[in-house]
Design a protein around this ligand. Structure first.
Ligand SMILES: Nc1nc2c(ncn2[C@@H]2O[C@H](COP(=O)(O)OP(=O)(O)OP(=O)(O)O)[C@@H](O)[C@H]2O)c(=O)[nH]1
Length: 417
């Protein structure tokens, strides 16, 4: 469910992001020759020995126009309208497109619509340290404005270094290609060389770029997808692990409850059987000889009858606690049922188990029982030499305990005695 929402969110964000980056997150810069640091002027071929005359016309609307009286004289007569960046070169790498509102008219050799050439002249001390107009690298594009619907938009990557300039300026390979990081002059030049009256009107030039370059933006989106999916996977892994941990803890807790006697908090029969399985799996024959001790409280019914069930419960609880506190850790203790308990002592021969039982019997004698009772028990001990003897040893220990009862109670009897 979370994944579905995350994917939906990412798809929406991606679509919105791409659209926003393309249409909203754009920067625009107008070049009109009147902006701060921009200088608009015209140039003609008279400086190259030609006879053409360029004149700058500016009507009240602020639209810049150039009238060109093109005459023969120079080999390639021309008139040029320039916008010069006086207060520093313009870094066009921050832009991707140029949009032009241009109008051109004038005679052409074949009567086709008049053409213009648009130049972006870039400065680099590597071309020539002086940076005079002839040493600025021109990037040009050629088109007939009236054959297009205004505005015309070009990608800056469509501008190519003028071949005539490249021939006159042999450059090292790294400087050969298009470079638009320091544009110093933007210009529009008459496209043909047919003598006569030419007119170019430059209504507006707009440079357009994205705040974030499209490639960078796409990479960022890819990063967003990867980080989101990685985040989701880690979160998913973490919650699954958490759920698993909680369920294991719950299962263990339930299992513990099922294997423990609720009154005395020692193992019940099932718990003893599981514990013995574990013990024998871990230690196998090392556990033998193993002794089993049955302990049964003497005349427990009387305690219940005389002092009530609650006192009986307290006696059983204290008895279990006393047994547990006086046994080594790896001895197993379980409530067999009623007032009967079983102790399993791995790596203990019967004689040793009898000694332990005797010690416990004397501990019982010293214990302060509820309502100053005197509580004794009858003890039966048997030994198993291998796993195969285990059931027999249990039976024999039980029988030995009954023999202790019949022999007068409050004593330890070994099956082998
Ligand atoms: N308070 C209490 N009594 C229990 C519990 N489980 C069993 N009993 C009682 O323990 C008594 C066992 O009595 P008997 O089997 O006659 O044995 P006894 O009175 O101890 O006599 P001997 O074993 O022959 O010494 C019964 O009265 C049971 O009701 C328990 O959890 N709490």
């Amino acid at each position: 469910m979370v994944l579905r929402w995350l994917l939906a969110l990412l798809v929406v964000l991606t679509g919105l992001g791409l659209y926003a980056n393309e249409h909203w997150m754009t920067r625009r810069l107008a070049l009109d020759g009147r902006g701060p640091g921009q200088n608009l002027h015209v140039v003609d071929d008279s400086g190259s020995g030609g006879a053409s005359k360029a004149e700058l016309l500016q009507d009240g609307s602020g639209v810049a126009a150039m009238r060109c009286d093109m005459r023969q004289g120079y080999a390639w007569p021309f008139c040029e309208m320039q916008i010069e960046m006086r207060e520093g070169d313009l870094d066009l790498t921050r832009f991707t497109h140029i949009r032009l509102w241009l109008h051109a008219e004038g005679p052409t050799a074949d009567g086709s619509p008049a053409q213009v050439r648009v130049f972006l002249r870039n400065f680099n001390p590597g071309y020539a340290p002086t940076g005079g107009v002839v040493n600025l690298k021109p990037h040009e594009i050629n088109f007939a404005p009236s054959a297009q619907s205004a505005p015309v938009e070009f990608r800056l990557s469509q501008f190519m270094v003028s071949s005539w300039w490249a021939q006159a300026h042999p450059l090292p390979v790294p400087l050969m290609g298009p470079q638009l990081d320091r544009m110093r002059i933007f210009s529009v030049i008459t496209g043909g060389h047919v003598p006569g009256q030419h007119l170019i009107r430059l209504e507006r030039v707009e440079l357009i770029g994205n705040w974030v370059a499209p490639e960078t933006f796409r990479l960022a989106l890819l990063g967003l997808w990867m980080v989101s999916l990685l985040g989701y996977l880690s979160w998913e892994g973490w919650t699954v692990r958490g759920r698993l941990r909680r369920s294991v803890t719950r299962t263990l807790a339930l299992e513990k409850l099922a294997l423990r006697d609720p009154l005395t908090q020692v193992a019940n029969r099932e718990g003893l059987s599981r514990a013995m399985d574990l013990l024998l799996r871990a230690q196998d024959e090392l556990s033998f000889p193993l002794s089993v001790v049955f302990v049964d409280v003497d005349h427990f019914k009387r305690i219940n009858d005389e002092y009530g069930h609650e006192i009986g419960d307290q006696v059983l609880t204290l008895l279990a606690r006393t047994l547990r506190a006086n046994l080594p850790r790896d001895d197993l203790l379980a409530r067999w049922g009623g007032e009967e308990f079983v102790i399993v002592m791995p790596q203990t021969p019967a004689e040793e188990a009898v000694a332990v039982a005797e010690r416990l019997r004397s501990v019982f004698a010293r214990t302060e029982w509820p309502v100053r009772l005197v509580v004794t028990a009858s003890w039966g001990v048997a030994e198993a030499r291998s796993q195969a003897d285990l059931d027999t040893a249990m039976r024999e220990a039980d029988q030995a305990m009954y023999r202790a009862k019949h022999a007068g109670r409050d004593q330890v009897i070994s099956a082998s005695a």
